[in-house]
Design a protein around this ligand. Structure first.
Ligand code: NAD
Ligand code: TDX
Length: 372
């Protein structure tokens, strides 16, 4: 089989970086070209080790630059676009929706247009595919006993982030129905794991606990999210790309619905255990409560809720399981263990991000605490 030639947008971000590590390990003969604008969320150190591979290329650029995307696609004879690039943080979308409209909506439309310009209607290039990586947040919120989201659940986004992702999903589908573009879409639940920017719940709680800083839980902490270890997400996308499923949408989930407060308490227990058992870590993180025999849970602080905060997400991933047999490889327990261990071993990755952005974070969250 001829090697594939992938354009991975947002490949220096959290899931994109994990995806290109996964892909270069599992499909060593394929060409992988990353296009990433390196916003605050893009980190070259996440993919530094790949830059020595002959099959790998990094290009700094914006997905809204249609000319650049077309040039790259032609130059590299791209036959697969895996589209991760986005503004991804719900809280940021509440403070400033414009960037979300620009990248998530306008950027996705530009990419679609570039793919159409280069591939035509797809008939001449039967092996080409535009895979759009989306989120469960497009479906809105669930009550406790509501059934989980299926692919036909009506879109009902709550945040500007979710609305921008919903709009992009609609455009991707429209380019298939109208122009025959060979697309697929996946809507996934919350990811976690290595290279996760420490503004999102899990990495934020880990790095704050290590430094003895408060662990801000929004509202009463009862909101429920479904969690999937990021490598499982990458594997699911791989399976969708290998399937003959043009025009289809698949939900991807971790079967790990958990209330935020329980999740944070689990993380605290893991950190207490790990740090409590290691004199080296106790010396390295003297401000962490676990270093002095206390629990990180004492840092939990309830703060004002996120406006429009969806209460529960739950994914029914039967369609993907039936089509490919996909099952998450990690449970929440094993995945959180791996994640905590990664952050303990990779302080050189996350520390610089905190030093540069911690002041900004404190400013935002301090205001939030004041209001609660
Ligand atoms: P992220 O914020 O960590 O990374 C986004 C990347 O996109 C960054 O490297 C950034 O530099 C790049 N980028 C942003 N704007 C760009 C532009 N205009 N041009 C080129 N590059 C640009 O995001 P993530 O958490 O890795 O999410 C990746 C994708 O997966 C997103 O589309 C997101 O909606 C979706 N998703 C995320 C999750 C999750 O839990 N993180 C769950 C489901 C779906
Ligand atoms: O400090 C916090 N305290 C807190 O209680 C933060 C950052 C979050 N939370 C809550 C809000 C959510 O209920 O934790 C939950 C998870 O929050 P985030 O990590 O911000 O993720 P979420 O809003 O659920 O969205 C994530 O999953 C779906 C990703 O950021 C999205 O890109 C993805 O589409």
């Amino acid at each position: 089989m001829p090697a594939d030639r992938l354009l991975v947008t947002g490949g220096a971000g959290f899931i994109g970086a994990n995806f290109v590590h996964y892909w270069t390990q599992t499909h060593a003969g394929d060409r992988v070209v990353v296009l990433d604008a390196l916003t605050y969320a893009g980190n070259l150190p996440s993919i530094e080790s790949l830059r020595r591979l002959e099959t790998f290329r990094f290009v700094q650029g914006d997905i809204r630059d249609t000319a650049l995307v077309c040039k790259l696609m032609r130059e590299e004879r791209i036959n697969r676009i895996v589209h991760f690039a986005a503004e991804s943080h719900v809280d940021r979308s509440i403070h400033g929706p414009d960037a979300f409209i620009q990248t998530n909506v306008v950027g996705t439309c530009n990419l679609l247009q570039a793919a159409r310009d280069v591939w035509g209607d797809g008939k001449g290039t039967p092996d080409c595919r535009f895979h759009h990586v989306s989120t469960d947040e497009v479906y809105g919120t669930l009550a406790r006993d509501d059934p989980a989201f299926v692919e036909s659940t009506a879109y009902d986004p709550s945040s500007p982030y979710a609305a921008s992702k919903a709009a992009s999903d609609h455009f991707v589908r429209a380019y298939h129905r109208t122009y025959g573009l060979r697309i697929s879409i996946s809507n996934c639940s919350n990811n976690y794991g290595p290279y996760h920017f420490p503004e999102k719940l899990i990495p934020l709680m880990i790095v704050n606990a290590l430094s003895g800083r408060e662990l801000p839980v929004y509202g009463d902490g009862s909101n429920v999210r479904d969690w999937l270890f990021v490598e499982d997400h990458c594997r699911a996308i791989d399976q969708i790309l290998r399937m003959d499923c043009v025009g289809e949408t698949y939900n991807i989930g971790g079967r790990a619905e958990t209330a935020n407060l329980d999740l944070v308490r689990n993380l605290c227990r893991l950190l207490d255990e790990t740090i409590g058992a290691s004199p080296r870590l106790q010396e390295h993180y003297p401000d962490c409560p676990a270093a002095r025999g206390s629990s990180c849970a004492e840092l939990i602080t309830f703060v004002a809720d996120r406006p429009g905060h969806d209460w529960r997400y739950a994914i029914d991933a039967t369609k993907l399981r039936k089509a490919t047999g996909f099952q998450p490889g990690e449970s929440l327990v094993s995945g959180l263990r791996k994640t905590v261990s990664w952050y303990l071993q990779n302080e050189a990755w996350w520390r610089p991000l905190l030093d540069e952005r911690y002041a900004q974070w404190v400013q935002q969250n301090y205001k939030r605490s004041e209001r609660s």
